[in-house]
Design a protein around this ligand. Structure first.
Ligand SMILES: C[S@@+](CC[C@H](N)C(=O)[O-])C[C@H]1O[C@@H](n2cnc3c(N)ncnc32)[C@H](O)[C@@H]1O
Length: 481
């Protein structure tokens, strides 16, 4: 979806909650209009911003709107030209995630961006004004952590056109038509002097367009691309890759960021972690069990590949959406006992079937058509279901693929409900643990040939226990040769 369309939809979606949130707030002369506040909050939503830097705080009207909307760190910088910052700080002291700093944002903002370069940062500039605002905005836009910049008191044709990807000015007619009513009754005088703006100009980061092409294609950049790719392919952790590339790019880091692969790396480094996506979409893999930390380590190397993932068990669709967001080129398949087609999207496809039945599982595999990179069983969790599903689906994994059997702890917490025999002989967790130690698999639900196939094609198997040792969350992982 293009950004403007997404912007329009987001404004519409957040209008009601935004009005509730700003209810009771009053406009302060020289502050931002509520319609402008709505536009900025919509951009915060679209870009899933993890931190906001505001330049030019005085009475703190805009800072208060951001603090009510965004529950992430906000740093507001002001030079205290009006001598009101102490008062503003006191008034807004209840917003613990908002801190107000006195200083020159032309110095402070770049320092803060460097200190938080692992986050997705938005910048709002309401001071300095004019040319100084532009210089600051341009500098911020070139920083790899910045996802977009909003400059207040600017208008189309003013200055920002042609920078990065300038997307939007709040003085555009359609925006005024839809949202000018938010400002009705406030600042009538000011509104009269600016019938359509000035408003906020938004520029979205596109570092590639900010860097001269001779650097983009320099031999040094090519070398860095190769190095980055090799390190990622070797499965090095992100912090290691970052350190190594940094060591190669002393003095030229920002310029070389323009090379395509380095850009990808930067995107990778500043993209959301699986855990933060899991929390956002509210899957218990992240919020309760802590499995996403382990999965991130295993799946991180494949993140930017066209991964094909199947998950058994859809429920609300939270985890499917998490996978879709985590693998930007991935295709996500889900199978569930109940129809879930409302969860379908461009890259999410759902199938109805019972994981207890081999025929349903086979039909699902035929429907998918091609081998899979990752299979996750988060379905009904009975011993029969887990083992029949493993036996039937494991052959559909690509070489090097990963199979996960989730929530093995169910067998210990509620053995009867999940069909564990009193002698524990069919407990999937114990069976996998034994398999990982001996290389021999036992299952009363699998045929001999199914067992043989798994024994022959599993490279390694590990059972992960997470959290409270007395009542851990447990997930089992089998890596295919
Ligand atoms: C734990 S929830 C899945 C949660 C989801 N994976 C997430 O993390 O957001 C379990 C799902 O498995 C489905 N399920 C239960 N028994 C099943 C079966 N025999 N075959 C297929 N799906 C089943 C349920 O309908 C339910 O939607």
């Amino acid at each position: 979806m293009n950004l403007i369309k997404s912007f329009r939809m987001t404004c519409e979606r957040i209008k009601a909650p935004f009005l509730r949130l700003t209810d009771g707030m009053t406009y302060r002369e020289g502050g931002i209009f509520f319609s402008e506040g709505l536009a900025f909050c919509a951009m915060l939503e679209i870009f899933a911003v993890e931190m906001l830097i505001e330049s030019g705080v005085a009475h703190g009207q805009s800072s208060e709107i951001w603090a009510r909307w965004l529950h992430k760190p906000i740093i507001a910088i002001g030079n205290d030209g009006y001598g009101v910052l102490n008062e503003t700080r006191m008034r807004l002291s209840d917003y613990k995630h908002l801190s107000i700093r006195v200083g020159d944002s032309r110095q402070l903002a770049p320092e803060l961006l460097d200190a938080h370069r692992d986050k997705r940062i938005a910048v709002f500039i309401d001071g300095p004004k004019g040319r100084q605002a532009l210089l600051l905005a341009k500098r911020c836009l070139g920083h790899p952590a910045v996802v977009f910049v909003g400059v207040h008191d600017t208008t189309r044709g003013h200055f920002m056109d042609g920078w990065g990807k300038t997307v939007f000015y709040t003085d555009e007619r359609w925006f005024q038509r839809h949202y000018a009513d938010l400002d009705r009754g406030v600042a009538e005088e000011e509104r009269k002097s600016y019938p359509a703006g000035p408003g906020i100009g938004f520029a979205v980061s596109d570092p590639e367009s900010m860097v001269p092409s001779w650097i983009r294609w320099s031999r040094r950049a090519k070398f860095l691309c190769r190095r980055t790719r090799t390190l990622l392919r070797q499965g090095k952790s992100l912090s290691v890759v970052k350190q190594r590339i940094k060591a190669h790019t002393v003095g030229i880091a920002e310029s070389c960021a323009a090379s395509k692969s380095i850009l990808n790396l930067l995107r990778h480094l500043r993209s959301r972690s699986l855990t933060s996506l899991g929390i956002e979409y509210d899957t218990d893999k992240a919020t309760k069990h802590g499995f996403t930390h382990i999965y991130e380590r295993m799946f991180g190397v494949k993140r930017f590949e066209p991964v094909r993932l199947l998950e058994i068990g859809i429920k609300t669709g939270a985890s499917l959406r998490m996978w879709e967001a985590y693998f930007p080129r991935g295709t996500v398949f889900g199978m569930d006992l109940n129809p879930k087609q409302e969860k379908d999207s461009d890259r999410i496809h759902t199938f109805v079937g019972n994981q207890e039945k081999r025929a349903d599982l086979q039909a699902c595999i035929e429907w998918i058509g091609e081998p899979l990179d990752i299979i996750i069983d988060d379905g009904g969790h009975t011993m029969l279901q887990q083992q029949v599903t493993l036996a039937t689906l494991f052959p559909s994994l690509k070489p090097g693929g990963i199979y996960v059997v989730e929530d093995l702890h169910c067998a210990f917490n509620q053995p009867e409900r999940f069909g564990v025999h009193p002698d524990n002989s069919n407990n999937t967790c114990s069976i996998l643990e034994q398999f990982s130690q001996t290389g021999r698999l036992y299952s009363e639900y699998m045929t001999d040939s199914e067992i043989l196939y798994i024994e022959k094609h599993v490279d390694r198997c590990k059972v992960w226990r997470i959290g409270d040792p007395k009542r851990p969350s447990i997930t089992g992982v089998l890596h295919k040769k």
